[in-house]
Design a protein around this ligand. Structure first.
Ligand code: NAP
Length: 309
């Protein structure tokens, strides 16, 4: 068996601890050799305060998983790619479209793998839904992505700063699923974004999109929701209704549960990263991020009451 790829995690926050660490530990294609995070470290793993310090000290690092806040991802990714590392970008892949294009070019020039990761695309129901929809005509789609920001993002002030995306931080997960399961392209028609008067990013949004044949797709994104979360996508077709619930972990077709293969999103994500590295390929689909950028470009802005956590 080939030697495992040595990997470092940059940004030791919630997602790094909840998902990246266990997925790396559970995948023999990778060996964690270091972390870089300004204020946090793991016991018994060499720790550095930032990417530059990490790369200077650990010249044998072959891959980097960038789990930082999106606003600082570009600089770290650039350093890692210039160092010759394969790079996994958490979602969203950067703060601007231009940043990510520059990273795509740099990865190609260096001959290393760049993965703009969309973890929700690896939810259990996504590939079966995509396969079922491939031969159906879509009539209408409804996306409901509602959660309590105080429960899911406590203390994450970065989410409200420019580049943090606000409610589109989870909303981009819905878009990553949507753009995977709906055949052809999806375009933004219009959007209304609700900005708290003290925040740089929206707390809620209503987004209207079209599929390639003009079928309407409506999205309701809401961070002010309380109680049980809704992370649901309903697709009405000429042959009935497909329903993905709980972030696409569950699939129903015409009211019946569909049995789907079980695995965690991040175990599949790391298997994909390993395969890409093996094949020296990149995966940098920008469709979800482009739709978010389009919503910020064209969306009508409505000011609402301040958000106080
Ligand atoms: P978080 O808990 O706030 O963690 C972000 C981490 O980034 C912090 O631990 C911080 O390190 C680190 N960081 C900030 N600037 C840095 C820099 N210059 N160099 C190195 N590290 C730096 O946020 P999170 O929830 O993990 O989210 C991080 C990213 O993952 C976001 O893009 C988010 O959309 C995505 N994501 C989150 C979830 C989730 O459920 N939370 C799920 C999927 C994807 P220190 O603490 O050491 O200062």
């Amino acid at each position: 068996m080939a030697n495992p790829t040595t990997i470092a995690i940059v940004g030791l926050g919630k997602i790094a601890r909840d998902q990246h660490l266990p997925s790396i530990a559970g995948n023999s294609a990778f060996r964690l050799i270091a972390t870089a995070s300004p204020h946090h470290r793991l016991e018994q793993v060499p720790a550095y305060k930032d990417t530059a310090e990490l790369l200077a000290a650990r010249t044998n690092v072959e891959a980097v998983a960038l789990c930082t806040t999106p606003q600082v991802r570009y600089d770290a990714a650039r350093l890692a790619l210039e160092h010759g590392c394969h790079v996994l970008l958490e979602k969203p892949p950067g703060a601007t479209l231009g940043e990510v294009r520059a990273l795509v070019d740099l990865a190609a020039a260096r001959g290393v793998t760049l993965l703009a990761s969309w973890h929700s695309r690896f939810a259990n129901g996504v590939e079966p839904a995509r396969a079922w929809l491939a031969s159906r005509r879509i009539k209408r789609v409804s996306v409901t992505w509602q959660e309590d920001v105080r429960v899911w993002h406590p203390g994450q002030t970065w989410i409200w700063k420019a580049g943090g995306l606000g409610v589109f931080d989870p909303g981009i997960n819905a878009l990553s699923i949507l753009t995977r399961i709906i055949p052809g392209s999806v375009v933004l028609r219009n959007a209304t974004l609700y900005f708290p008067s003290n925040c740089e990013c929206p707390i809620a949004a209503a987004v209207n999109l079209d599929d390639q044949h003009g079928a309407s797709i409506h999205m309701d994104l809401n961070f002010r929701h309380t109680g049980t979360e809704s992370w649901d996508i309903e697709v009405q077709t000429d042959e009935g209704t497909l329903l993905l619930t709980k972030g696409a972990s569950l699939l129903q077709i015409n009211g019946r549960d569909v049995a789907v293969a079980q695995a965690t999103e991040y175990s599949r994500l790391y298997a994909h990263f390993a395969a890409l590295i093996g094949e020296r390929r990149s995966d940098t689909d920008m469709a979800p991020f482009t739709l978010v950028a389009d919503a910020f470009l064209c969306g009508r802005r409505v000011e609402v009451e301040p958000f106080i956590e």
